[in-house]
Design a protein around this ligand. Structure first.
Ligand code: ADP
Length: 168
């Protein structure tokens, strides 16, 4: 019998963007179950609460997993990434790779994670070129300065970002 492969895609998702969604679509082809790990990350001072981020991720991604029959779960975490991966029995950690800027950080993190647990493999996926430059941080900046963010996030997310900005 082939192994039931569990993948975990961690991130802050503040908010989820078309870049994240593209990575998830690719990741879903590689695993039997995908767990999205939404990091608490208070140090990043998120625009959206943990509950809001979990809810947005759940809403945008569950239909994709359902559509291709892959098991799916969204979980929050506030611990070492590798400990969380072990706890959810993931054998693969999925990360997205954008430009050179991502490489340095990911390189270090993967190297250290490998020493913590060499049985868990990190795989890097690249988004479609149309989405490669999208970053949650920039989406928020564009929105704060009144720019149009609809090319970068799903319509429902754009609405929620605009609402947050107007409440500031
Ligand atoms: P983190 O705080 O872990 O960087 P993010 O939510 O910013 O959380 O990103 C989660 C993962 O998704 C990271 O691996 C990041 O590189 C990847 N990612 C984000 N945006 C894109 C994109 N536009 N294309 C490819 N990967 C992306």
């Amino acid at each position: 019998m082939t192994k039931y492969r569990i993948g975990m895609y961690p991130g802050t998702f503040d908010p989820i963007t078309n870049g994240h969604i593209d990575i998830v679509k690719r990741g879903l082809r590689l695993v039997d179950k995908l767990i999205i790990g939404v990091a608490t990350n208070p140090s990043k001072n998120p625009m959206f609460s943990l509950e809001e981020r979990v809810e947005m991720v759940e809403r945008e991604l569950r239909p994709l997993a359902k559509g291709i029959g892959v098991d799916f779960e969204v979980k929050q975490f506030d611990e070492l990434l590798m400990h969380f991966a072990e706890k959810v029995e993931a054998s693969v950690i999925i990360r997205g790779l954008r430009a050179v800027a991502d490489f340095e950080y990911e390189f270090q993190m993967t190297g250290m994670n490998y020493q913590i647990n060499p049985d868990i493999e990190t795989v890097f996926l690249m988004a479609d070129p149309r989405y490669q430059t999208i970053a949650s941080k920039l989406v928020k900046e564009v929105a704060i300065y009144g720019g149009e963010i609809s090319p970068f996030v799903p319509a429902t997310i754009a609405k929620e970002v605009k609402k947050k900005v107007s409440q500031r």
